[in-house]
Structure formats: C-alpha cells, structure tokens
Design a protein around this ligand. Structure first.
Ligand SMILES: [Zn+2]
Length: 355
C-alpha cells in the first residue's frame, strides 16, 4: 500500500528533539530513555525506516517556528527574525536528508508522477518524497519571504498554529483575520500556494474561505461532532471544505479522537476505547456527511510533540497504519475507497491544483 501522510513535523523532531530520523525507532527510544525535557521522550513513533515500513512514499513535511507569546506547545522564538532563521535551519536539515538519499523534495505534478513511477519500480531505494509546508506563518518576516520560500520549494502554508499568530488566530482564540493575514492570503494566492486551514480559529476559517481563491486543504484535522473542541472541524466546515474540493487529513493525536482525554494524565489503560476503531469513526463521519470518501485522507501528526502514549491503542509506531486500513476494510470500505483515503484523494487534489 502506498501512503501519503499529509502532516509530519520531521525537521522539528530532527532539530528540537535532536532525533536522527535515519535510525530505527528502537534506537531512538533507547537513546531518550532517561530524558524528560520534552513530551513524548522515549516514546517516538516516527522514523524514516518506520515510515518505509508503513508504505509512506510521500508526505507533507513542515517547517514550524512561532514567535508569539504566550508560547504554544512547541515553544516560541524571540521575534520573527529568529523564527525565520529557525525555518532556514529546518530547510537545511531537509536538504541534508536529500544529500543522503533519504528524502526528495516534490514541487510539481510532473515531479510527483516521476516519483510515483520510481517508487513503484523500486520502493526500497527511492527516497521518500516530501512536500514542504509551513505550520503557522509567524516566521514570514515580510511578504518578500513568502516568494523566497516558494523559490526554495514551500508549497503549502497554514497561517495559524496555537494562540495569537502574527497573521491569524489559532483555534484556541476567537476573532477575525487581521489585515496582515489577508495580505498573506493574497500573496499565497498570487504564488499558487495551498492554504492549510488546520489550526485556524472558526471566524478566521470562514473569512479565509471567502477570501482565498486557490486550493485549500485541512492537513491534520478531525471531527467536532465526535470530540467537541474548537481544534476540530464542525459539520458546516466539513461541508464547506467538501464544496471547495478540499481533502481533510485524519490526525492520530488521541485527544482529537475520543472525548475527555486529558493530555499528560489520561493513559491508554484508562481508555481502552481510544483505539483504531474510534479513529475510523472520524473518517466515517466525514464520508457519511459528504456522501463520498473522496474528501478524506491521512495526516497523522504522529510526531507532533507526543509519542505512543498519546496515539490510539494499537498504534505503537507509524507502521501500524496498515492495521488502520484493516479496520476500515472490515467496515466495508472498498479497495478503491481505501486507495483514495491512503493516498489517491490527496494525489488527485495535487493533480488538480498543480496539473
Ligand atoms: Zn498541528
């Protein structure tokens, strides 16, 4: 099975967690066994070999560096200059992985086609493809940086993360898009970028949908009707995304899968219901609501500042995505629908957007 994972924070893990993602998951966990500085230490679920085991041949990989206070879960840089510099270092890491033959940046539909061909012929020796995305736009010092970033391959931007961003308010805030955010969207439109609506607060989400003319996705986003939290999409938002031809990547951060999961205190022993069946309910909900499976995909976020303690039961590493497929299969999803959910729907989106 070929998988496209629409949300991984690979460079954050490499630099801020100091993880050599070329190593096995056993090695990574062992090397962190007595560390407690960051959430998920010693319990990571993502490494490049583990992604290969899962069949992930293409992913959307982020740069991420916020600078607004109070800081969100991944900290805050002192100012936009510092944040920009951090994203440059993250870019350097992706480039280093390209030199090692581990990753390959994808910027166009023709590159996707060539990559898919190479992967089909020789998955073992083909680098994993990555599309570069920016999660939270605080590091864009001025709009000039956006064209610089487009030049180096940035293809998707989520203007918000947590809290009050410079360009947009995160899901834990409420309010309109500031003027700077509207200018950012216009410039993204001009460059032909993808707007990632994940993490936008609800009012800004609707304003962004009105303003933005280009392609839109929600890279890692679950359903509010199943877990009532503003981080999630409500049914009206899901319907609007469907009408725009968007694809919604299902996230495996377990507090977004089952209600009343307290990060840092609830454990899998407390909640045997927090499993892959519960994860499948989110895919099901979007499919039932829209009457089709073509708007659903996978955006695991499994390396987004947590480890297997905060993944659904049955998901020890990202390689267990195969088990998730079996859960959907047992619910009667056809092989065509599954192929769409695990890669085809995002690929079709990219063909339409870039083709
Ligand atoms: Zn996120």
């Amino acid at each position: 099975m070929f998988i496209l994972d629409a949300h991984l924070d690979l460079s954050l893990n490499a630099i801020e967690y100091n993880r050599d993602l070329r190593k096995s998951i056993t090695h990574l966990r062992g090397s962190e066994s007595d560390m407690t500085d960051l959430a998920g230490r010693g319990r990571g679920t993502v490494s490049l070999p583990e992604m290969r085991k899962a069949g992930i041949g293409l992913c959307v990989a982020t740069q991420i560096a916020g600078c607004m206070k109070p800081a969100g879960p991944v900290g805050a840089w002192e100012n936009p200059d510092q944040a920009w510099e951090m994203t440059r270092q993250q870019l350097d890491w992706y480039h280093a992985m390209e030199e090692e033959g581990e990753l390959k940046q994808i910027r166009s539909w023709s590159q996707i086609k060539a990559h898919m061909k190479a992967w089909k012929e020789d998955p073992k020796n083909t680098p994993i493809g990555y599309i570069l995305s920016l999660e939270g736009a605080d590091s864009i010092r001025t709009l000039n940086d956006l064209s610089t970033a487009y030049e180096y391959g940035l293809r998707a931007v989520g203007p918000a993360h947590y809290g009050k961003g410079r360009y947009a308010l995160g899901h834990d805030e409420a309010g309109p898009l500031p003027g700077e955010g509207k200018d950012l969207l216009r410039e993204m439109d001009r460059l032909g970028m993808i707007l990632d609506v994940t993490h936008l607060c609800e009012q800004s989400f609707w304003e962004a949908l009105d303003l933005y003319q280009g392609p839109i996705w929600a890279s890692h986003h679950n359903c509010r009707s199943l877990v009532d939290d503003p981080r999630q999409l409500n049914d009206d938002q899901i319907k609007a995304l469907g009408e725009r031809g968007a694809v919604i990547g299902m996230a495996f951060d377990v507090w977004m899968i089952v209600p009343r999961w307290q990060r840092g205190s609830t454990t899998q022993e407390d909640r045997p219901d927090a499993n892959l069946e519960a994860a499948a309910d989110h895919i099901d909900h979007v499919c039932q609501l829209l009457g089709t499976s073509i708007h659903t995909g996978i955006g695991t976020d499994l390396d987004g500042g947590f480890g297997n303690e905060q993944a659904p039961k049955g998901m020890d590493t990202i390689a267990d995505l195969g088990k998730f497929r079996q859960v959907l299969e047992s619910r009667g999803y056809s092989s065509t629908a599954l192929e769409g959910i695990f890669s085809g729907n995002f690929l079709r989106f990219l063909e339409t957007s870039w083709g």
